[in-house]
Design a protein around this ligand. Sequence first.
Ligand code: ZN
Length: 320
Amino acid sequence: MKLVLVIEVGISASKVGLVNQYGDLQAQFSVDHQKDRIIPNLYEKIIDGLETIGINYDDDIEKVGIAIPGYVDHMLGIIRYSANLELTNYNIKEEAEELFKKQIFVINDANASALGEFWTGVAKQYDSIIFYYIDSGIGGAVITEGKLSPGARGFAGEFGHGGGMFQDKYDCVCGLKGCIEPMSSTTGIVNHFKKSLKSKKNHPASSYFNNIETITFKEIVEVFENNEDPIEVILLLQEAVEPLVMHMATMQNALDPEAIILAGGLTQLDQHIIKIIKKNIKKYIIEMFAEELTIENAQLGNDSAMIGSAYYALNDWKIF
Ligand SMILES: [Zn+2]
């Protein structure tokens, strides 16, 4: 049985994996690359890496799936824009095919994560999900009737930006107003904590933190792990994720999915974040939609994008 070689491209290093037809990640390793030589660097190091683990590239690998951050035209395999990788209109598929000499499938990383969870993770029993990948940025994906909806150009699921009305406290790096990312991403949450605690002397939540200036998301998670009911911190977190909750309500009302799935660093808050979202989303949701509302945390952790890009490569037809 042949394998899919998957590459999850990061800023200075990429994760490489081998996935079989059942979605099992059979091996993985990491390779460094220079920003301006991503594909040539990856090719050389991957071929070496595969040899070390006893894989014959020509015989054992069927296809290559690439997951990458940014606006990805999945049909053409062109990265239209990636802020993290500083790339504009880069034809990664063409360059990769010249070197790798296999069929190359390119997909946005949040879309890939959603497909991973949909194939073998928490969403495998669902046909329709709204997927939020919340870390230092916010991405997402929509799967309806068992198919990823990538949008006409592959841009669907960019939930972090646009919309205009989700919050009016923080400017966004994208230049638009009211985006959810600057307030509800893990970085946004930390900023909101710092700003709120600094703006009020003896803020009731400040006693949970050693130093307001250096609060990290991990420390916020630890407050929940070490305290039964840290109400002052819950209230601040609730404020920070309010734009996210409003966005989710809009999506729930528009698409009526079977479940909303959360992934990324935010899920370190485990059931605490689910509880906060479930409680607050009812303010913005039509009662009938709220009745069977399911919100769950992803299961595959850091492997989801690799597994999902293999699924995409194996079942390309499924998204159309
Ligand atoms: Zn924005």
